[in-house]
Design a binder for this molecule. Structure first.
Ligand SMILES: NC(=O)c1ccc[n+]([C@@H]2O[C@H](COP(=O)([O-])OP(=O)(O)OC[C@H]3O[C@@H](n4cnc5c(N)ncnc54)[C@H](OP(=O)(O)O)[C@@H]3O)[C@@H](O)[C@H]2O)c1
Length: 257
């Protein structure tokens, strides 16, 4: 399949490590140019440096007001009129149980998962080229709650609804989809497993074995396995796919539909 990505420009949220970094790497390998976004300027510059001339860093906190405008300026400067897609991605919201989390923690989760992405898209969608594509990194929690991740369990289904809403409103000019990871081996999923291991009083290896046993594919996914699906959705090769939230979870979610 020719993804048709050569020379196209993308904004990649959470681009310094984990899933965002893996998507940026696939995009650049396909000939695209990327503006990478994350908070820590040093690790972002390092990630951009590893990807070469096709990548530029734009340090910004997506949960903070004003990030969308800052990213829009970087897009104009580095991609000109060639913005063809956006990976809406950032770190995960705070771990914890619904009633144990404070109002401040809930507010921070809302700002990160919903308010920030809305502000980003408000700033960038008007400049997206015809045929552009938006992909949200969502979660298996859009369809099946995960223990200890109640901010995600509550807020991510809202993102799945936002994907459907925007897909309808922005068609036919722009497509909007989600990719829903289950357990992919990144810093974030490692931190979650460590927290669960310590709560259960077991070793991290034992914890990872028991988590893998819940996945039909019997292992955690690799970032590149999610990145290939996201890159396809971002590309013109997915020209008739919009409003979808594709599971990349080794079969973890068993809900029907
Ligand atoms: N990995 C999984 O198994 C899994 C499963 C389900 C859902 N997810 C979701 O997928 C997303 C990415 O996960 P990941 O595993 O790749 O996480 P990760 O390894 O923690 O990477 C997160 C990336 O986002 C950046 N980031 C964090 N907060 C940000 C903010 N406020 N503004 C801008 N950039 C920010 C981080 O850099 P800085 O810290 O420098 O900002 C980093 O580049 C998360 O929302 C996570 O909840 C992941």
């Amino acid at each position: 399949v020719d993804l048709g990505l050569t020379g196209r420009g993308f904004v990649v949220g959470g681009g310094s490590r984990g899933l965002g970094r893996a998507v940026a790497s696939e995009l650049v390998a396909e000939g695209a140019r990327v503006v990478l976004v994350a908070r820590d300027a040093d690790s972002l510059a390092e990630a951009a440096g590893e990807l070469g001339d096709a990548a530029v860093p734009c340090p910004a906190d997506l949960a903070e007001p004003g990030a969308g405008e800052r990213i829009s300026t970087a897009v104009h400067e580095h991609l000109g009129d060639e913005l063809h897609g956006i990976l809406v991605n950032h770190g995960g919201p705070p771990f914890g149980r619904a009633l144990d989390l404070s109002d401040e923690e809930w507010q921070a989760a809302f700002d990160l998962v919903l308010r920030g992405p809305l502000a980003l898209l408000r700033a960038l969608v008007p400049t997206l080229a015809e045929g552009g594509s938006i992909v949200f990194v969502t979660s298996s929690t859009t369809r099946q709650p995960m223990p200890g991740l109640d901010t995600s369990n509550v807020l991510r289904p809202g993102i799945a609804a936002l994907v459907k809403t925007l897909a309808h409103q922005l068609a036919p000019r722009v497509r909007v989809n989600g990719v829903a990871p289950g357990r992919i081996a990144t810093d974030r999923s490692r931190a979650l497993s460590e927290a669960r291991a310590s709560e259960a009083g077991v070793s991290i290896d034992e914890q990872l074995r028991s988590e893998s046993a819940d996945i039909p594919m019997a292992r955690l996914g690799e970032p590149a396995e999610l990145a290939r699906v996201a890159t396809f959705l971002l590309s013109p090769a997915a020209s008739y796919v919009t409003g979808a939230n594709l599971q990349v979870d080794g079969g973890y979610v068993t809900a029907v539909p």
